[in-house]
Each structure stands twice: as C-alpha cells, then as structure tokens.
Design a protein around this ligand. Structure first.
Ligand code: HEM
Length: 135
C-alpha cells in the first residue's frame, strides 16, 4: 500500500504542475487571441490536455485515498470539492465557446470576459491549494 501511496503522490504533484501549466497556456492563448475562429480551433486541439491533467489528479487522489483507507482530512475534502469544481469550470468555459454566436462582431470580447475570469479562478485556487499542501 505504501508503494502505491508514494508513487501516487509523486504523480499527483506532476498532475498539479501539469494543470497549472495547462491553465497558463490557456491564459496566454486567450490573451493573444485576435480572431475567434482560429482561437476556437486551438482550444479544441488543446482541451484534451486539461482533461488529461484533471484525470491524473483525480485518479492519483483516489488511489491515495484508498491506500490510506479513506481517512479523509479537511485538505482531502477541499481538494475533492475543487477537483469537481475544476471539471464544471472547464465545461462552462468550453460550452460558452461552443454556443457562442461567432458571426457577432464582439463575440471574442464577450467570450474573453468569462473565459479569463474562469481561468484566473482555476489558476489561483490550484496555486492556493498547492501552497497550502506543500508549505
Ligand atoms: C485540482 C485539485 C487538486 C490539487 C491542486 C491538489 C494538490 C495536492 C498537493 C499539492 C498535495 C501535496 C503533495 C505532497 O505532499 O507532496 C496533495 C496531496 C494529496 N491529495 Fe490532492 N490535489 C487536488 C485534488 C485531489 C483530489 C481530487 C483528491 C482525492 C480524490 C486528492 C487527494 C490527495 C491526497 C490523499 C493527498 C496526500 C496527502 C494526504 O495523505 O492527505 N487531491 N494534493
């Protein structure tokens, strides 16, 4: 069991660093976006990356919880709640882009307002949880 826990905590940390990197790339992509169609194409290509990183964090978290016989700490409960929230935030961001009326002049500006807000929340909460867990 300890090996499983030790291996998962290393992979969990890599997943957390991966999700921070993916959020940063998404922020840079959105800041640099000039045309909604080409931006949407890039997001469609990149979206599986964030899905994969979230899956890595959730899977390794579940393995660790099993290894420690479901002995939930406050930190674990907050991580789980945020892990689930991260999925909904990404779904909201993706659905907003998917249903955006791109024929409208201000489509990109409208999307940027919500997209940036979601990415900031994802970035700072992930950073806060990591700092809390590692410091
Ligand atoms: C995006 C969400 C998450 C972030 C940012 C995060 C971050 C972290 C960090 C930084 C650590 C410390 C690693 C170390 O000590 O080296 C950690 C440990 C841990 N995380 Fe997460 N985590 C997240 C989601 C989850 C989820 C969803 C679960 C459970 C299903 C989970 C379960 C754990 C467990 C069990 C530990 C080991 C500490 C302990 O034994 O309580 N985490 N996490």
């Amino acid at each position: 069991m300890n090996e499983m826990y030790d291996m998962s905590i290393v992979t969990h940390n890599l997943g957390v660093m991966g999700i921070l990197a993916v959020i940063l790339v998404n922020l840079v992509m959105l800041f640099g976006a000039r045309e909604i169609r080409s931006y949407a194409k890039r997001v469609r290509i990149f979206m599986p990356m964030s899905a994969t990183m979230i899956a890595v964090i959730l899977f390794t978290g579940v393995v660790m919880m099993a290894a420690k016989h479901l002995d939930f700490s406050i930190e674990n409960i907050i991580m789980i709640l945020f892990g689930v929230a991260l999925i909904f935030l990404e779904l909201t961001r993706y659905k907003k882009l998917k249903h955006l009326d791109i024929s409208k002049e201000d489509a990109l500006t409208t999307y940027k307002a919500l997209g940036l807000k979601i990415l900031y929340v994802e970035f700072f909460v992930t950073l806060a949880i990591s700092a809390w867990m590692l410091l």
